[in-house]
Structures are given as structure tokens and as C-alpha cells.
Design a protein around this ligand. Structure first.
Ligand SMILES: Nc1ncnc2c1ncn2[C@@H]1O[C@H](COP(=O)(O)OP(=O)(O)OP(=O)(O)O)[C@@H](O)[C@H]1O
Ligand SMILES: [Mg+2]
Length: 273
């Protein structure tokens, strides 16, 4: 789908999935799903248990391979055959279990597997440049307005909200085109939820593209630009958050019926054809 910006220029989605189906044995986890995310947009992916949300994002993350359909990244058709390929394409996923290393500090977590090195002994040996990694970490956290002073404490010492913001910062540092977050505020206290939501708003303002899976409709109404609801593997609705309200979202998640379409169908004869 090509959107039109205010100035009339065409906006190419960062990521677009077309006609995606996924069958597990005889079960269709996804059926003919179209899904896209534009730059600077937070798209909430909603649906009841078993709706297909995780399957859809696992396809983007390279953890599940679709049975049918195509994926385009920056307008180019892409095969996402592995998690490593997803990262190469700029797709980062923050899973609920976070995948942080508890017993090491913040810089070590952020730079895991891509450490900054410096040469010593006249260039014969390369060692980790811990000072630069600490500096970069401080700069990143300041940029993202994440308030963590003791970056050298092991991350197990931080609260759930702080850990979630560290995991998100790590994905931002990867220069991700698309950041996918699966239930980032589940199991967090009120103040910690606030921290994560503020971070998501800040990321959107920086022009990042974000997919947010959430069961919390207040979070969705606050930070999402657009909502996509799935029900038993099919898209129920895809519309700007301004066209829906909290209770309507809940009804559509349960019923699997797009209320706005229903209204149009009832109101205009041509809509029925
Ligand atoms: N590896 C698998 N093997 C077989 N069936 C699967 C597999 N993964 C998912 N499914 C099925 O696909 C459907 C969609 O599951 P999915 O995990 O994507 O739902 P979800 O929307 O993420 O749900 P929840 O809110 O509970 O996390 C379900 O019927 C599920 O049982
Ligand atoms: Mg899931």
C-alpha cells in the first residue's frame, strides 16, 4: 500500500507484507494477511489469544517462514529466512523475555556481539574499548531520555521498566528500520509503564517505525497511530487510531467484525456491492 503524505509525495512503507498465510499442519495461523508499517508510525497489532499476532511478527523476525505471500523491505522484495537476516534488513524485535544478560552491565548488553575494539601492543592485539562503549551507552541513554545513572551495575539490579528500556535502547542502537515490541508494558508497574510509553513516543518522534503488540487498550489509544486487529488469522480492521475508541477496539477484538465497515454497509447502498 502506498500512502500519500500531506505534501503529496508518495510514502513507501518501511515494511510491507502481502497476502501472508501460515499453516501449521492443517491449522491456518494466518490467512491472506496484508500488513505494513510506515516510517515514524506506531502500529498496534491487536487480537485475542491465538489470533496470529506472534506468528506475524515471528515471520518479520525471521523465526517463522510464511507458507504464502511476500515481504517487501524499503520497496524491495525480501526473503527473511533467519533471525540474522531480519537484523541485516534492519528489523529488530524486543521479546517479552528481553534476552538481556542479567549478570553484566548496560554497555556490555548494548554492544553484545558487536563490541567496539581498540588496538594495543602496536596494533598486534585488539581489545574491547570499554571506555568508548560506556561513552556511547551514556550518549544513547541521554538521547532517548532514559534515566539510568549507574550503567555499570549488572542489569539484574534494574527494575522491569528500566530493563525494558535498556532492551529497547539496544534495538535502537542497531539503527533498526523497524522495531517490534511484544507486550512491552505487560508485568510492569504504573511508573515503569509510563517510562516505556514515553520512550515509544520519543522513538516515533525520531521517525522510527514501531509495531506494538499489546492487550492494554489504554496504551494503544495513547501511543498508536494505527491499529490492526487480527482474529483467527485474518485481518478484522486496519485503521487510524482516531477512527476508533477503546470500547470499539475491545468489541472488534472479540467479535471479529469491523464496526466501521458495518456502519458503511448499513448506510450506503453502493458499499454493499
Ligand atoms: N509452532 C506452532 N505449531 C502449531 N501451531 C501453532 C504454532 N505457533 C502458533 N500456532 C497456532 O497458530 C495460531 C496463532 O498463534 P499465535 O501464537 O500467533 O497467536 P497470538 O495472537 O500471538 O496469541 P497470544 O495473544 O495468546 O500470544 C494459534 O492457533 C496457535 O495455536
Ligand atoms: Mg502471542
Amino acid at each position: 500500500m502506498i500512502a500519500q503524505s500531506d505534501s503529496g509525495t508518495r510514502i513507501l512503507p518501511i515494511v510491507e507484507m502481502r497476502g501472508i498465510s501460515k499453516f501449521f499442519g492443517g491449522v491456518a495461523a494466518l490467512e491472506d494477511v496484508d500488513f505494513h508499517v510506515n516510517k515514524g508510525e506506531v502500529v498496534a497489532l491487536l487480537g485475542d489469544n491465538g489470533a496470529g499476532k506472534s506468528t506475524l511478527i515471528k515471520i518479520l523476525a525471521g523465526a517463522v517462514f510464511p507458507s504464502e505471500g511476500s515481504i517487501h523491505v524499503d520497496g524491495q522484495e525480501a526473503e527473511i529466512g533467519s533471525p540474522a537476516r531480519a537484523k541485516e534488513l534492519g528489523i529488530e524485535t524486543v521479546y517479552q523475555d528481553l534476552a538481556l544478560c542479567d549478570n553484566v552491565d548496560v554497555p556490555t548488553n548494548i554492544f553484545l556481539g558487536r563490541e567496539i575494539r581498540r588496538s594495543v601492543v602496536r596494533g598486534l592485539v585488539s581489545v574491547f574499548d570499554r571506555r568508548r562503549m560506556a561513552e556511547e551507552t551514556r550518549r544513547l541513554l541521554t538521547d532517548l531520555k532514559i534515566n539510568i545513572t549507574d550503567i555499570h551495575a549488572p542489569v539484574r539490579d534494574f527494575s522491569g521498566g528500566q530493563r525494558q528500556t535498556i532492551a529497547i535502547a539496544k534495538s535502537v542502537y542497531s539503527a533498526a528500520k523497524l522495531i517490534i515490541m511484544d507486550e512491552p508494558t505487560a508485568a510492569l508497574g504504573v511508573a515503569q509503564q509510563e517510562q516505556v510509553l514515553t520512550l515509544i513516543e520519543g522513538l516515533r518522534n525520531r521517525g522510527e517505525a514501531i509495531v506494538l503488540i499489546s492487550h492494554n487498550m489504554d496504551d494503544v489509544m495513547r501511543v498508536a497511530d494505527r491499529v490492526v486487529i487480527l482474529k483467527t488469522g485474518r485481518v478484522v480492521t486496519n485503521r487510524p487510531v482516531g477512527e476508533v475508541d477503546r470500547d470499539g477496539l475491545i468489541r472488534m477484538i472479540i467479535s471479529g467484525i469491523d464496526e466501521a465497515l458495518e456502519l458503511t454497509a448499513a448506510g450506503s447502498p453502493e458499499a454493499r456491492t
